[in-house]
Design a protein around this ligand. Structure first.
Ligand code: MRU
Length: 348
């Protein structure tokens, strides 16, 4: 299966990532050779989306190990430790970042006795594996989730949980892609997703590239379309799911979930197991990133709000589990998620 969009790629000893700040006006790759650079790329949202951030962080660790090859052992060990720290501090909400770093740390610990060159090669192989595994997981989720969508379904999605948010195929958009591959006629309604416009700029672009029918709306139109009977299902991705099934996702998701319940529309969350955080009992414990005010007061060079106005810019919100019809995971579909059935995903 060919991949339409390669969000991250390894080229001549460096990580290249599509610059998601400038899509769709420009399609550029940015090149990264150190952990600090990758952390900056994550912070600035050159790369974004929970699984893609995890993959980028894993490559960040491998890049740092490669950059430290020619120093002594102490410099290598200290430098790697700093790499883990700087990457972990890049963005707080998506747990995939910490999950991927934990995986890289475990590999580093098991192989500490080896020569530095060998360790760097092993870390790079692990970063490649995390990315390859992400695509396999997204395809498995796609297969499970596609069965939930009827032929002809009009599916609303919020933010971008597509190929651009992952190593390929996507989570929420992966379900849609898999349903289309299975021969279903699916059309997508994309919320524009203020303030960073992931829906307008990224989801719409991905769907247009592949010829999947897509209609763009502003975020405040979703309720009207639901009331008019124009939406059959909602599918979103997630950045972190708590042990009780509460779902953190892009700001505005909660509003969509409330509306979906009001109108009896199923609200599905595509959720790889790497996005579930069993250490947090409920969604209130999920750290919510606050981003810069200028994302709300304007976009790029155009500032439309009055100078000096106070701004709030929480980048994510939490949807209580009771509003979630089902989590779509690589292990199958979990209806009405709660503490018991979420824990069950990890028991076999
Ligand atoms: O701020 P972003 O663009 O990183 O937020 C992304 C989202 O909220 C996605 O819906 C989520 O990461 C799932 S991506 C498969």
């Amino acid at each position: 299966m060919t991949q339409a969009v390669q969000t991250l790629r390894w080229v001549d000893g460096a990580l290249e990532m599509i610059d998601q700040r400038v899509l769709p006006a420009r399609f550029d790759y940015v090149r990264y050779t150190s952990a600090a650079e990758v952390a900056q790329g994550i912070r600035l949202m050159v790369v974004r989306g929970a699984p893609a951030i995890g993959c980028a962080a894993a490559y960040g660790v491998a890049l740092e190990a490669m950059a430290l090859l020619n120093g002594g052992r102490e410099a290598f060990v200290n430098g790697l430790e700093r790499a883990f720290e700087v990457l972990a501090a890049s963005r707080p909400t998506a747990v995939n970042l910490f999950w991927a770093l934990q995986r890289m740390r475990a590999i580093w610990q098991v192989n500490q006795h080896r020569a530095q060159g060998e360790i760097a090669a092993i870390l790079l192989a692990q970063a490649h594996e995390i990315s390859a595994e992400d695509v396999r997981i997204n395809r498995a989720m796609g297969a499970h989730g596609a069965a939930l969508l009827a032929d002809g379904a009009r599916v609303l999605t919020h933010c971008n949980a597509g190929a651009l948010a992952t190593a390929g195929h996507g989570t929420a958009l992966g379900v849609i892609r898999s349903a289309v591959e299975a021969g279903k006629r699916i059309s997508v309604i994309a919320d524009e997703t203020r303030p960073f416009l992931q829906g307008a700029r990224l989801t719409a672009w991905e769907m247009v590239q592949e010829g999947i029918p897509v209609t763009l709306i502003t975020d405040n139109m979703a309720g009207h379309l639901m009331r008019c009977g124009e939406i059959d299902a909602v599918i979103v991705g997630t950045d972190r799911v708590a042990a009780n099934g509460d779902v953190a996702n892009k700001i505005g998701t909660y509003m969509v979930a409330v509306l979906a319940q009001r109108h009896g529309i199923p609200f599905y969350v595509a959720c790889p197991l790497s996005t579930i955080d069993l250490t947090l009992a409920h969604g209130d414990a999920i750290p919510i990133e606050e981003r810069a005010a200028d994302e709300v007061t304007g976009f790029r060079d155009c500032q439309w709000a009055a100078k000096g106005v106070q701004v709030r810019n929480p980048a994510f919100d939490v949807t209580p589990a009771e509003l979630v019809t089902a989590l779509i995971t690589e292990k199958g579909v979990v209806r009405q998620p709660d503490k018991k059935n979420v824990a069950g995903l990890f028991s076999t």
